[in-house]
Design a protein around this ligand. Structure first.
Ligand code: DGL
Length: 282
């Protein structure tokens, strides 16, 4: 008999959520890996950055975004934001989803990233840079210890990096000072680090500047490809979710801020023009 979706199952694009533009680095890699699917990207740019906000606020904002994407037909939402993954994902999965719709899924970026860490380091010393919220949660240290107890993780918060990127200053000379400051701090904490994980989806935009100040032998690892590979694997293992994701190869962009600004800055992450729709979250 032909396999059919449940009659009331919601069919729609895969939702990708971030506080702002950073999730576009994840979207870019996911689309390369899984170009056949439809995507609905939501950036809460009006309220970014999330990184220095409290647990309660990040959770409230993230839940609003997830509900909004569900209402637009998404059965699967990826929190393409480490801060939201660290602070809100577990509560949404365990407390909210069973009430809203247990058949839908919300996934984050931290676990898929940590799962891939094992093969990356020779010295077993990894550095993680992230927002104050992600670093305060110690999620990378805690999750890595569960899978790879032999790896020492050093996390450093970079509170100025997301504001610089959200304001279009990632490539300007003003960013140099803060890139050097946090990289030095990290390498000062553990000079044996040979792998630097960019634990914030905004940070790949700073790769060139980071490369200039971090020792040559340290590999810089963005998480986009790791998350994309993990999602491809997830969809293979969960055909009941995959069949609820439409496949026409389209992407739509939503922002809570002015669309002119989004349409100007998003191409820096994607290398193609976009035309976003403005929405309101509450
Ligand atoms: N891209 C988000 C992350 O990965 C940035 C967070 C922020 O808005 O501060 O953590």
């Amino acid at each position: 008999m032909r396999r059919q979706s449940k009659p009331n199952a919601m069919i729609g694009p895969i939702g990708i959520f971030d506080s702002g533009y950073g999730g576009l680095t994840i979207l870019r890699e996911i689309r390369k890996r899984l170009p056949e699917y439809d995507y609905l990207y939501l950036g809460d740019n009006a309220r970014a950055p999330y990184g220095s906000r409290s647990f309660d606020v990040i959770y409230d904002f993230t839940l609003q975004a997830v509900k909004y994407l569900f209402n637009r037909g998404c059965s699967l939402v990826i929190l393409a934001c480490n801060t939201a993954s660290a602070k809100a994902l577990r509560t949404i999965q365990q407390r909210d989803l069973p009430k809203i719709d247990p058949s839908r899924r919300v996934l984050g970026v931290i676990i898929p990233t940590v799962e891939a860490l094992g093969g990356l380091t020779q010295t077993n010393h990894i550095g993680v840079v992230g927002t104050p919220g992600t670093v305060a949660s110690r999620s990378y240290t805690i999750e890595t210890a569960k899978l790879y107890p032999e790896i020492k993780v050093t996390e450093v918060a970079c509170p100025m990096w997301v504001p610089l990127i959200e304001n279009g200053e990632a490539f300007g000379p003003g960013a140099d000072y803060f890139v050097e400051k946090y990289c030095r701090q990290l390498m000062g904490c553990d000079p044996e680090i040979d792998t630097l994980l960019l634990g914030c989806t905004h940070y790949p935009l700073l790769t060139e500047k980071i490369r200039k100040v971090i020792p040559e032998n340290v590999a810089i690892i963005p998480q986009g490809r790791l998350v994309a590979d993990s999602l491809a694997d997830y969809l293979k293992r969960h055909p009941e979710i995959a069949e609820r994701c439409t496949r026409e190869g389209s992407t739509k962009f939503l922002t809570t801020e002015n669309t002119e600004k989004f349409d100007r800055i998003a191409p820096l992450f994607l290398n193609h023009p976009v035309a976003a729709e403005r929405i309101h979250l509450d």
